[in-house]
Design a binder for this molecule. Structure first.
Ligand SMILES: O=c1ccn([C@@H]2O[C@H](COP(=O)(O)OP(=O)(O)O[C@H]3O[C@H](CO)[C@@H](O)[C@H](O)[C@H]3O)[C@@H](O)[C@H]2O)c(=O)[nH]1
Ligand SMILES: [Mn+2]
Length: 733
């Protein structure tokens, strides 16, 4: 017999080089302490120039140093996982758990139905016993167009799934698969099967796109399916009954694909919406899905994906199950989170949307301390834990599916509908102790933290063939708005009952607490960043030094920390598979997010706490017009709209341009370049770097003519504003 270790369904490895990293981190910490010491020892005396600016810098540097320590929780102890799917098949092939897959969509215009059903098809075609698979589409848009597309998909699936199995197709989203075929196959070399399936797909795509464009479904299609009658009582997307339709029933012996094999169950759900009942965004949708699916398929495992995140790896469901059914270590694991990757990232990732370092470094770090955050899409959960099972309570395998067998599809639909009513949650524990948490714009992070705080572990699995690919935002305003929602949500978590800073204390490991805080403290970063990007530059304009002179030994810790940290961050980025220019673009986004998204998130969270505003969920667009897409492909920054975020970014960029050029001109005129460099070197460097990183913004303000440039009114406004700030400062200081 094999030894027990050889039979484990997964293994965990620690990163070998972590000791070298730790040594490096200690030297940085020494540098940081020396910088603090310099600030404290050299505070200008009362009445001397720059005293308050100096104290402010001390505050900013204390913050940055503290935040740097927090980020160490993500790098100190990374873990890497590997699964053994062959062992899983050998031991469990006939007793694999049922898996319910939830796909969420919310708006047919910014989440086109054709994209949604490609995701649905990709998860229907998982390499998994089909009778154990159920796919639910939750449509918060309540759109008959999306329903129509799903109906089409349920027909196409009968050809697509057997085709995928026969040819071991990857990826199993038809659109992505046909895109991935090399061009020469386009015409001659397509096998007969491929040609047929491609034609079927294109015809379906055509019908769906036409309907979407016209905004209505052909009458004959409408009359073909009784499901459309549920829209008769529909008045608007925020006011309608529950619409529930079991399109394919896995129990039905006639619901088979063209080769006679069972198809997965496929369900369309638009939960009830009423104008006077708050629907809690995605968390509300997920909770309705948990309840409805418990009646219909009651799969032990739940996978959630966003409607744009198709499965790129037909095996990942088995990977996840290796963790959850492992006899020795499996029962402590509540969820398995896969990274979120995107298939529309350009070479140098202009908007830093790849989440590269988070995926390749930081989440492995979290995994070393008890497991990653739950970040929504791409996460496999145990149903009973989401439904409120507490850690330590012995799991009783209850009778599955209840009396489902005796019910007809119609009965089942009718009895399940009430579970998706808009008032179901009222006066229940849903949204609090059961299901996903309400009231936070990152419902997932808060839910994951409360699960981990009970004692459960989670697992991060990052296979080399990416498990899920989605659509990243392709304009600057979309990116900044998405980051604002994330930052605001994470800050809400910090201030909530489930705060990683106090609630989780001693419930999760210190490393994991730091890891959570790293994200939960994104928002307050805006203050120190704004301070650092404004004050030293203004003082440069007045010629007042705020950093050590170039000949002073105190410059060494500054130089060391800056050079070592930037070199490390570049190395980490390259190691994660990025390019040098990609890193540079990331640095820009780092600055933009802190100076705008996080600032607005900060203000909104405070207002929210004071009861003065409500946070909304602004859904990220997944489609764009050709003009915008073209500029995205060329990596030209897209501004386009007038947003208060841009006013701030533009004002900051221009302020630094004035200060930098002002200082340089003065030095050249007074022929005192050497003296200037000696005393103000760090400030020149800082504002010079800010000018350099803002080059695309200056172009957008003054040089470009296309539709993606900054609006002229905004350019004038921010130019005037920053000029005014500089003049006031020089005159009145
Ligand atoms: O009222 C709503 C609003 C949104 N959604 C769905 O939620 C998903 C995420 O929305 P998206 O606009 O794509 O937000 P992202 O910022 O890209 O989403 C990330 O961040 C969210 C908040 O943490 C997570 O829920 C997601 O899974 C994660 O991919 C989409 O499928 C939407 O259709 C709903 O179902 N109902
Ligand atoms: Mn998304």
């Amino acid at each position: 017999m094999e030894r027990r270790e050889n039979l484990a369904l997964f293994e965990t490895k620690r990163y070998e080089g972590r000791f070298i990293y730790r040594l490096f981190a200690v030297t940085i910490l020494v540098g940081i302490c020396l910088i603090w010491a310099y600030r404290v020892c050299h505070i200008p005396k009362q009445g001397e120039n720059g005293r308050w600016a100096w104290i402010g810098l001390l505050g900013a540097e204390l913050w940055f140093g503290f935040y740097w320590i927090v980020t160490q929780g993500l790098r100190w102890n990374p873990a890497y996982r590997r699964t053994f799917k062959d062992r899983l098949s050998k031991r469990y092939e006939n007793q694999l758990p049922g898996v319910d897959i939830f796909v969420c969509t919310a708006d047919p215009t910014i989440e086109p139905p054709i994209m949604v059903i490609n995701t649905v098809l990709s998860v229907m075609a998982y390499d998994y016993p089909q009778q154990k698979l159920s796919v639910y589409l939750s449509d918060d848009g309540g759109s008959d167009l999306t329903f129509y597309a799903l109906l089409e998909a349920s027909e196409f699936a009968k050809y697509w799934i057997p085709y995928c199995k026969k040819f071991k197709v990857e990826p199993r989203s038809p659109a992505a698969y046909f895109r991935s075929l090399p061009p020469y196959q386009e015409n001659a070399n397509l096998t007969n099967d491929s040609a047929i399936i491609k034609k079927l797909y294109e015809e379906m795509e055509n019908r769906i796109e036409t309907a979407t464009k016209l905004g209505q479904i052909p009458t004959e299609e409408r009359s073909k399916h009784k499901g459309f009658s549920q829209w008769d009582s529909y008045s608007s997307r925020s006011d309608h009954d529950t619409i529930l339709q079991i399109l394919l029933d896995g129990r039905d012996p006639n619901a088979t694909d063209v080769t006679g094999y069972t198809l997965p169950t496929l369900v369309y759900l638009a939960r009830e919406k009423r104008p006077f009942h708050f629907h809690n965004f995605k968390a509300g949708a997920m909770n309705a899905l948990i309840r409805v699916s418990s009646k219909i398929s009651n799969g032990e495992i739940i996978l959630n994906v966003d409607c744009d995140m198709y499965s790129n790896n037909s095996k990942s469901i088995r990977d996840a199950i290796c963790f959850l059914v492992d006899e020795e270590k499996g029962h402590d694991i509540a969820y398995v989170q896969f990274p979120q990757n995107f298939d529309n990232i350009t070479k140098n990732e202009l908007y830093g949307a790849s989440l590269r370092v988070i995926n390749e470094v930081e989440f492995h770090g979290l995994d070393g301390y008890g497991g990653p955050l739950y970040i929504g899409s791409g996460c496999f959960h145990r149903r009973d834990i989401l439904s409120g099972r507490k850690f330590g309570v012995v799991y009783k395998k209850e009778e599955k599916r209840g009396n489902r067998k005796e019910q007809s599809v119609c009965e089942l639909e009718e009895t399940s509908k009430s579970l998706a009513s808009s008032t179901y949650d009222e006066n229940t524990q849903w949204g609090r102790e059961i299901g996903l948490k309400y009231g936070c714009s990152v419902e997932d992070v808060m839910t994951g933290l409360s699960i981990q705080s009970q004692g459960w572990k989670s697992v991060y699995f990052n296979p080399s063939r990416k498990a899920f690919l989605g659509v990243a935002p392709i304009t600057l305003p979309q990116t900044l708005v998405q980051h604002k929602r994330w930052a605001e949500g994470c800050f809400q978590v910090l201030l909530s009952k489930y705060s990683p800073a106090w609630y989780a204390y001693k419930k999760i490991s210190l490393g994991l607490q730091l890891g959570y805080c790293n994200y939960c403290l994104w928002t307050p970063n805006c203050l120190a960043t704004l301070y650092y990007s404004i004050v030293p530059s203004l003082y440069l304009l007045r010629g007042i030094p705020l950093f050590p002179q170039i000949s002073s030994p105190w410059l060494i810790p500054f130089a060391y920390v800056i050079i070592a940290e930037y070199t490390y961050s570049l190395a980490e980025f390259l190691w994660s598979g990025g390019s040098v220019l990609g890193w540079w673009n990331h640095q820009r986004m780092w600055f933009y997010e802190r100076a705008s998204s996080y600032l607005f998130a900060f203000i909104d969270t405070i207002l929210n706490k004071l009861g003065l505003s409500n946070s909304a969920f602004i859904i990220t667009a997944k489609a764009a017009n050709e003009d915008v897409s073209e500029r995205y492909e060329k990596e030209i920054m897209e501004f386009g709209t007038s947003s208060p975020m841009f006013t701030i970014l533009a004002a900051l960029a221009l302020l630094n341009l004035y200060c930098f050029s002002g200082a340089v001109t003065e030095a050249v005129m007074a022929e005192s370049v050497a003296r200037l460099c000696e005393t103000l070197f760090m400030q020149i460097l800082l504002s010079g770097l800010l000018v350099l990183i803002n080059l695309p913004l200056y172009q957008g303000l003054f040089l470009r003519k296309d539709k993606g440039k900054m609006p002229t009114s905004l350019a004038l406004r921010s130019a005037a504003f920053s000029l005014f700030a500089c003049i006031c400062f020089t005159i009145f200081y």
